[in-house]
Design a protein around this ligand. Sequence first.
Ligand SMILES: Cc1cc2nc3c(=O)[nH]c(=O)nc-3n(C[C@H](O)[C@H](O)[C@H](O)COP(=O)(O)OP(=O)(O)OC[C@H]3O[C@@H](n4cnc5c(N)ncnc54)[C@H](O)[C@@H]3O)c2cc1C
Ligand code: FES
Length: 256
Amino acid sequence: MDIVTVTGVFNETKNIKTIRFKWAGRSKPGQFAMVWIPEVDEVPMSISFSGEESGITVLDVGEATWALHNLKPGDRIGIKGPLGKGFSITGKDILAVGGGSGTAALALAVESAIAKGKKVRCALGAKTSGELLFKKRFTDMGADVRVATDDGSEGHHGFVTQLAEKLIAKKKPDLIIACGPERMLAALTEVAAQHKIGIQCSLERYMKCGIGLCGSCQCGRYTVCADGPVFTGGQLAEMADFGKWKRDPSGRKMHC
Ligand SMILES: Cc1cc2nc3c(=O)[nH]c(=O)nc-3n(C[C@H](O)[C@H](O)[C@H](O)COP(=O)(O)OP(=O)(O)OC[C@H]3O[C@@H](n4cnc5c(N)ncnc54)[C@H](O)[C@@H]3O)c2cc1C
Ligand code: FES
């Protein structure tokens, strides 16, 4: 584990913050790290910024994420990683679909695809306009960004999967990459299969060890931490639990 010093904490939306830190680790798009907050917990977070200053982008949902939101420059945290298998970007025309804080997992993939000269369209979804993540960042990178909100306050009024279907109808992409709530990913995987488009989804399952040992993130014959978190449509089709069931910290099955 690397102990790193926080260099900045930035508001992204009203409940999402980015924590930046200097770290020698170099992440491939879609990889994650186990982030240790002293005296609190260790939690998995996608690497959302890489380079001179790395970063994670955090939605406040509980004790660990609240502690991350309250970090100050100069505070120290532990970073174990980069971990897992990320996105493998193929083709020229990419559709990136992000739901809520899941958009953080797509950031390095969008950045790297644009740097390689690929055409990237982004469909970003959130409950309301003020919760849309990385709309400006992706637009500034050169992506064509469209948004969907549940309350209709901005862009398409409804689910981001409906917006993605509209974009696919306009022009079929070579590849869809996605991260967000698992039911959203399951719906998107069906759309991709109907249109015969390759898809890669990043899953967020409850994790303890982060390195394939404890089994808490098991999904079918895969562990999300070591075999994923990014899986192809073919792998997802093998997982009977995908989009239906996940496990809570005690290992009990619960609806996604
Ligand atoms: C590979 C991976 C990458 C992730 N990347 C990010 C990221 O970039 N940004 C971000 O904000 N979050 C990310 N998460 C989710 C994040 O790890 C959890 O939100 C966090 O562990 C919750 O900790 P907590 O102590 O704040 O909340 P807790 O008090 O532990 O839980 C609060 C609520 O969050 C739910 N929760 C806990 N763990 C997870 C989990 N792993 N996935 C989904 N829900 C969970 C609980 O069921 C509960 O409802 C990622 C998860 C994984 C597995
Ligand atoms: S978190 Fe332990 S096997 Fe994945």
